[in-house]
Design a protein around this ligand. Sequence first.
Ligand code: TZP
Ligand code: MG
Length: 236
Amino acid sequence: MAKPKVDYSLYLVTDSTPAVLKDPLQFFNVVEQALSGGVTIVQLREKTADTGELISIAKKLHELTRKYGVPLLINDRVDVALAVGCEGVHIGQDDMDLKTARKLLGDDKIIGVTVSNVEEALKACEDGADYLGIGTVYATPTKTNTKSIIGAAGVREILTSMDSAGYYEKVKTVCIGGLNKNNIPRILYQSQHFGDKPSVLVLNGVAVVSAIMSADDPEEASRELLTLVDSWHKFR
Ligand code: TZP
Ligand code: MG
């Protein structure tokens, strides 16, 4: 099976911890509402579940994402992605290295890598990442152990370096960290503008946790965020 063409526009990263998701019993409901509001890709990110529990959550989630034709990736755990047969993984700098993950998963699966500087970004591109999760853009209570807060300037720097090295558009990009409906238009604009000079470089999408998982109405929140990204892609 060939690698599916992926729409990265609105990337939901799940989190079932009580600080983010008010009612843990609502986890699958909230993700389903997000899917129905239009999220285009989902990552299961559960830092505390044991392996058996994680596999059972992932299987259930995969049934749901498949119903909506949306890819499901697993955070950190290549073994779980293989066990579930979902579309791929998202790995950080301290997880299994990308080349090994690629060997285990094959060319048809999606592999994304978290990067926070040019060196990590170019290495991930060179090693065959399908997309980069660029961040942390803004400080966020959802993830406090972040190495660096890079802001729009950091995102721009990474996009520019990818362009110079010939990876722009080949390797897709989303940014993550503290993003919500109020700052998404700004980060999309600023990541594309160098001083007064607009560039052709544009992020493929934005990744959010709490803007959807903590929303009173996750479906409406997703719809609203997707509209922001879509209109940027159409009218920039
Ligand atoms: N990686 C960098 S920041 C972050 C992750 C998983 C959490 C982003 O959460 P939120 O709630 O969208 O700020
Ligand atoms: Mg990780």
